[in-house]
Design a protein around this ligand. Structure first.
Ligand code: FE2
Ligand code: FE2
Length: 197
């Protein structure tokens, strides 16, 4: 039987990282509006990675530590590394001036950063997830996100699905709908009754 599979939101993270990399590749940093637009986009990537990393450290890494695993230690350090790397990249974009070669060097640095984050996501899904599945039952794994879903109202749940869905396949979508339904059994019904009235 298939086990509960966490980290499905990594597909959305991957979409955001690829999009930022594509935008960086197209940007002319001699143009101030393009420079500011790119910095805004990369600042958004930073915020997303920071909140995602904090969530993992408080909800997932603590659970691994609680059952004696060290599998999260590497990922902890990489979260901090990634934020510092983006701060450095943002500074360099700001000071590119009119130098095309400097701009290209920073682009290469960002592209390498994306590659490193992808390896981080891979580590979480191929090393940490099997460890979690070994140490915790499916019901226990479901509790990790349930604690968050229980604090969300219907609007926040819909917002979350709208953000994630374009990056997900049918199985992932069904998983999130099921998890939300289990966390807040009235969620779907409430929306049905709203449509009726
Ligand atoms: Fe992570
Ligand atoms: Fe992650």
């Amino acid at each position: 039987m298939e086990r509960v599979r966490l980290y499905r939101e990594h597909k959305y993270l991957t979409t955001v990282l690829f999009d930022a990399c594509t935008e960086f590749g197209k940007a002319d940093l001699r143009n101030q509006a393009e420079q500011v637009g790119l910095m805004d986009k990369i600042t958004g990537v930073r915020s997303l990675l920071e909140s995602h990393g904090n969530y993992e450290e408080t909800r997932i890494h603590t659970r691994l530590a609680a059952r004696g695993s060290e599998a999260h230690r590497l990922a902890d350090g990489e979260h901090e590394r990634d934020l510092k790397a983006l701060d450095s990249i943002l500074e360099k974009i700001k000071h590119c001036g009119d130098s095309l070669s400097h701009a290209h060097q920073v682009y290469l640095e960002f592209r390498k950063f994306v590659a490193e984050v992808l390896l981080h996501l891979d580590y979480e899904e191929t090393v940490m997830l099997p460890k979690l599945q070994e140490l915790y039952s499916d019901d226990e794994l479901r509790l990790i996100d349930k604690e968050s879903y229980e604090q969300m109202d219907a609007g926040q749940m819909i917002d979350m699905l709208q953000v994630l869905f374009p990056s997900l396949n049918a199985d992932d979508k069904e998983f999130f709908i099921d998890e939300l339904h289990h966390a807040a059994p009235g969620f779907l019904k409430r929306n049905d009754s709203t449509q009726d009235s």
